[in-house]
Design a protein around this ligand. Structure first.
Ligand code: SF4
Length: 417
C-alpha cells in the first residue's frame, strides 16, 4: 500500500495529482526523480534567470541594459543546455536561443524603464499552513516577483514562456498565483489589495486577475479537500490523458510499460513477445466477432421481413402452417399487450413506473437492480439513511471477487482489415 507522507504541497504538486495520481505517486511518493529537459524547459529557466537578474539589479539601485539582461539569459541557457535535452517538436538549439532573445527583448522594451512598481522580492518563497483532517500541512511555492504599486497594494508577477496564450477565464480560475496570494496575505496581513499578473513573454502579453475574499476561501477549501484525497489514496490510479505523451514515467506506468518495452525491442523480437502474441490473437477473435455480429444483425433483419411475408401469405391463404419442400413454417396469431419502454416512449414509461410504484402490485412486479445498488454506493449517490442502508446490504450480501475486463483498443491509424 502506497501512502503520501508529504507535509508540504506546492501548486505544481497539487496540479500533478489532479492530472494523474499515478504520476504523482512516482514523483512525490516513490520519489523517482526524472526531470525531463526539453528546449521549452531550458527556455523557461533561462528566461527566469534573465528576469531575476534584471529585477535584483533594479532592487539594488542599478539599471541593467538590454544587452546585459540578454547576456544573463544566454549564459543561463548555455549552462542548462546539455546532452540530456530531448528534441521534441524538431526545433534546434539555435531556434530556442533565438526565442529566448526575442522574449527578453520584447519584455524589456515593454517595461523599461521599470518604474511602474517597486520590487519587494524576487524568487521569494511564500507559504501558509492548512488544516486537513486534524493535521497541519503547508502550501509553499516561489513567487517570481513580488511588487508594490502603492501603500499596501501588491502584485504577484509570474513569467510564462508557454507557446499558447490562455483565455482570461482560465487565469481567473488559476490555482497557482491565487495560492500565492493567500500566502502573501497570511505573511503580510496589512496588505490592502493583491493583483495577479502573468507575463506571457513569447506573446508580449501581460494578463491580470484578482480574487475576492470568498474566491480565496473557496480555493482553500478545495485545496484542503484535495490534500485529504491524496492522504487517503493508496492506489494512485493512472489517469491516462493528453499529458501521457510527455510523461517521464511511461516505462513504469501500467498503461504504457508494455508498449515501451515492446518499442525498445528489435522488430524481429517484437512478434515473439508473449503479450503481443496474445493481443494479436485477441484482435483476430474480436474482428471475427464484429463481422459475425454484423452478419447476425443483417440475418435478423432479413428474417423479420420474411416472417412478415410468411404470416401475410398464411393469413391470406387461411392456413396456420405453410409447407415447404424440406421444412414447414407454423404461424400463430395472437394479440399481445405492449407497455411503453424506457427507450421507445420514455415519458409514458416514467408515468407507468410512477403509477405502478403507488399501486398495490408494485412488490409483485418490481425487481432488484443489483448493478444500481453497487454503482450507487461506489459513486456516493446517496447520503444519510439511504446510503447506510445500501452499504449495509452490500456488507451482508456482497462478496468481493477479482474480475478482469479486457478491452481491445486499436492504435491510431490501425484499423481492421
Ligand atoms: S503515462 Fe499517463 S497515465 Fe501513466 S503515469 Fe504518466 S500521465 Fe499517468
Amino acid at each position: 500500500m502506497e501512502e503520501d507522507r508529504s507535509a508540504k504541497f506546492s501548486p505544481s504538486k497539487l496540479g500533478c495529482y489532479k492530472e494523474c495520481p499515478r504520476r504523482y505517486q512516482y514523483r512525490y511518493v516513490d520519489r523517482i526523480a526524472r526531470a525531463r529537459k526539453t528546449g521549452a524547459t531550458v527556455l523557461g529557466t533561462s528566461a527566469h534567470s534573465a528576469f531575476e537578474f534584471l529585477y535584483e539589479r533594479l532592487r539594488a539601485g542599478g539599471r541593467p541594459t538590454l544587452e546585459e539582461v540578454l547576456a544573463e539569459g544566454r549564459a543561463a541557457f548555455t549552462r542548462d543546455w546539455d546532452e540530456t535535452v530531448s528534441h521534441l517538436g524538431g526545433a534546434s538549439r539555435e531556434d530556442w536561443e533565438r526565442l529566448l532573445d526575442d522574449c527578453v527583448r520584447r519584455y524589456y522594451a515593454a517595461h523599461a524603464p521599470f518604474e511602474n512598481d517597486r520590487t519587494l522580492a524576487v524568487e521569494a518563497r511564500v507559504g501558509f499552513p492548512i488544516e486537513v483532517d486534524g493535521h497541519t500541512y503547508r502550501i509553499e511555492g516561489f513567487v517570481d516577483r513580488l511588487a508594490a504599486v502603492g501603500d499596501g497594494d501588491f502584485e504577484i508577477h509570474d513569467y510564462k514562456t508557454a507557446k499558447s496564450l490562455p483565455a482570461q477565464a482560465h487565469l481567473d480560475e488559476d490555482w497557482q498565483l491565487a495560492l500565492y496570494e493567500i500566502a502573501v496575505r497570511t505573511q503580510w496581513p496589512a496588505v490592502r489589495s493583491v493583483t495577479l499578473v502573468w507575463h506571457y513573454v513569447r506573446h508580449g502579453q501581460t494578463l491580470r486577475s484578482t480574487r475576492a475574499p470568498e474566491d480565496l476561501a473557496r480555493l482553500k477549501a478545495q485545496v484542503a479537500a484535495l490534500i485529504g484525497e491524496i492522504k487517503r489514496d493508496h492506489a494512485f490510479e493512472p489517469r491516462p490523458g493528453a499529458l501521457c505523451d510527455w510523461c517521464e514515467y511511461r516505462d513504469l506506468c501500467p498503461v504504457f510499460a508494455h508498449a515501451e518495452k515492446l518499442a525498445a525491442l528489435p522488430p524481429e523480437e517484437r512478434g515473439r513477445d508473449a503479450g503481443a502474441l496474445l493481443v494479436g490473437e485477441l484482435a483476430v477473435v474480436e474482428d471475427k466477432r464484429h463481422r459475425l455480429k454484423d452478419e447476425l444483425k443483417a440475418l435478423d433483419r432479413a428474417k423479420e421481413g420474411i416472417d412478415a411475408r410468411v404470416a401475410a401469405w398464411a393469413e391470406a391463404a387461411g392456413v396456420t402452417t405453410v409447407a415447404g419442400e424440406t421444412a414447414e413454417a407454423s404461424v400463430t396469431f395472437k394479440d399481445e399487450l405492449r407497455l411503453p419502454t424506457k427507450t421507445g416512449e420514455p415519458e409514458r414509461h416514467t408515468a407507468l413506473e410512477k403509477d405502478a410504484r403507488a399501486s398495490a402490485v408494485w412488490d409483485a412486479v418490481a425487481r432488484l437492480d443489483a448493478h444500481a445498488l453497487v454503482d450507487g454506493v461506489k459513486a456516493g449517490r446517496w447520503t444519510g439513511a439511504a446510503m447506510a442502508a445500501a452499504q449495509d446490504l452490500l456488507e451482508r450480501y456482497a462478496r468481493r471477487e477479482r474480475a478482469a475486463t479486457v478491452r481491445l483498443r486499436r492504435r491510431r491509424g490501425e484499423t481492421e482489415d
